[in-house]
Ligand binder design. Structure first.
Ligand SMILES: [Zn+2]
Length: 497
């Protein structure tokens, strides 16, 4: 019996091998897209960008040099706002109560196309344009997420589009949004709450990346908040019974949260840091502070999780006889991806192609990878396939999600850092302020201007994007996660501090 079964099995296997010898498994997630047309309008925009590379690269490097962190982007935002003004845009500074947020407008009427720009740096990542760790100034900020390249490329795309609109008397409105404090997930949330993005037909944006692609993944919704705890101090050995520990409030909250995890959906993510936990062990701490992120697949789930977290905080206060204050810093939605719009962006990415890096630039990237003990793969120049995401939920969160609930919003990634290198890292700061960053900037600007011009020239594309967007919203209207009276965490200019 056994022998004949094995025989039968091997015959079957033989059969199956001979029947399907070399057939490759098709990728069910792959979407075939043709390159976009190189229209006269695009030729004009690309030519404008090519001929203005020198000044655009200077802006890129100046913002890299300013390296201003969230809400301190006074010089960076002013540089971009001025450039837009000099190029025929009308600029409103200080929108949504944030001095470093601005809107630059050109033209009038429909369609109204938005472009997002970011320009905040990250603390502690100061770095020179060399392939090994070497800060300009130890401990100072640096553009570890490439937002200097981000802001410059978006501004460049806006001006290039405006040139074409002006030359050909094209109808429509172009709005460049100067969005501060992305790294703290703050800027666009306040701008969205205050109606800054209202009235757009659609919006384009991008992010510097290690690949050239148009990802269709969503991102997680989030609430981030701080909890301050107030207790009573006492000698920790002499009369601890007179004390009420604020740190105990933090610790019991965290114990409760870690037990809660088991009873949340697997998509939930909770993480925290204790910012202040007291001074010395022999004094019962009367003050403590912790900072929390609660994320989940969508806004409703975050709100449900958040309510349960609030109960735990309240219970910890009861247990410890302490009091607390919750400060909601920010909250975002999950990203509504728009396949129709992204397909147009992808077709323009195919038209433009990935950045053409030289041998020298590849060597620079490989030197970084060698220094990080990674495989020396260099920089990506090819365009990745356009694919549906493998899973519907994302890990990180972004305030671009707020815009995606107010208008169909597209995305784009362009390689500006070596393959596999970590994000928020000195290697990104290094690449972003040299020819590698400049090429990524030019590529992103061309793809966004090309896509924007397609939207201007083909109103039916916008109509289709908006139909998909309406369906994706499932009848829900945008409701800001922020209370109406919450003020943005504005920081004064360094000279005024
Ligand atoms: Zn970023």
């Amino acid at each position: 019996m056994k022998k004949s079964f094995v025989f039968l099995l091997s015959v079957c296997m033989l059969f199956s091998f001979s029947l399907y010898p070399k057939e490759e498994k098709e990728d069910p997630l792959l979407i075939e897209v043709e390159p976009a047309q190189l229209t006269e309008h695009k030729k004009e925009a690309f030519a404008w960008l090519d001929s203005h590379m020198k000044e655009l690269a200077e802006i890129n490097d100046k913002i890299a040099g300013f390296a201003e962190v969230a809400m301190e982007e006074y010089q960076s935002s002013e540089l971009l706002a001025l450039y837009l003004e000099e190029n025929g845009f009308e600029v409103t500074r200080g929108v949504a109560g944030m001095p470093t947020a601005f809107v630059a407008v050109y033209g009038s009427g429909e369609p109204a196309i938005g472009i997002l720009a970011e320009y905040d740096a990250l603390p502690g990542l100061s770095q020179q344009p060399v392939p090994y760790k070497k800060p300009v100034e130890e401990g100072k900020p640096g553009h570890g997420c490439g937002h200097n390249v981000f802001g410059t490329a978006s501004t460049a795309a806006a001006v290039a589009m405006k040139e074409v609109m002006a030359k050909n008397s094209l109808p429509g409105t172009l709005k460049l949004f100067g969005c501060p404090a992305e790294e703290t997930v703050v800027g666009k949330v306040f701008m969205a709450r205050d109606g800054v993005f209202d009235g757009l037909s659609c919006c384009v944006q991008w992010h510097p990346s290690s690949v050239n692609d148009v990802p269709l993944d969503s991102s997680n919704a989030l609430n981030q908040f701080e909890v301050e705890w107030f207790g009573k101090t006492a000698h920790a050995a002499g009369d601890p019974w007179h004390g009420r520990s604020a740190l105990d409030g933090v610790e019991l909250t965290n114990v409760g949260l870690n037990y809660l995890r088991e009873h949340l959906k697997p998509t939930a993510r909770i993480h925290y840091v204790i910012e202040q936990g007291g001074g010395v062990p022999n004094v019962v701490p009367d003050y403590a502070k912790a900072w929390y992120y609660v994320r989940d697949i969508d806004r409703e789930s975050v709100e449900k999780d958040y309510k349960r977290v609030l109960k735990i905080i309240e219970a910890a206060a009861m247990m410890t006889e302490t009091t607390y204050k919750i400060h909601l810093i920010s909250g975002v939605h999950e990203m509504l991806t728009n396949r129709t719009g992204n397909e147009i962006v992808y077709s323009n990415l195919l038209l433009v192609g990935g950045p053409k890096f030289t041998e020298e630039e590849q060597e620079f990237a490989k030197a970084i990878q060698e220094n990080l003990g990674m495989e020396e793969k260099g920089l990506k120049t090819k365009v990745e396939p356009f694919r549906l995401p493998e899973r519907s939920w994302g890990g990180g969160s972004t305030d671009v999600a707020e815009v995606s609930w107010l208008t169909p919003t597209t995305t784009l990634g362009v390689a500006f850092k070596p393959t596999g290198t970590p994000g928020h890292h000195w290697s990104s700061v290094a690449c972003g302020q040299m020819s590698i960053g400049h090429k990524a900037m030019l590529t992103a600007a061309k793809v966004m201007a090309g896509s924007g011009l397609d939207f201007l020239d083909h109103p039916e594309m916008i109509k289709k994007m908006r139909e998909e967007w309406m369906k994706a919203k499932k009848g829900k209207e945008y409701k800001s996660p922020l209370p109406p009276d919450l003020k943005p965490p504005v920081k004064p200019k360094k000279s005024e501090q």
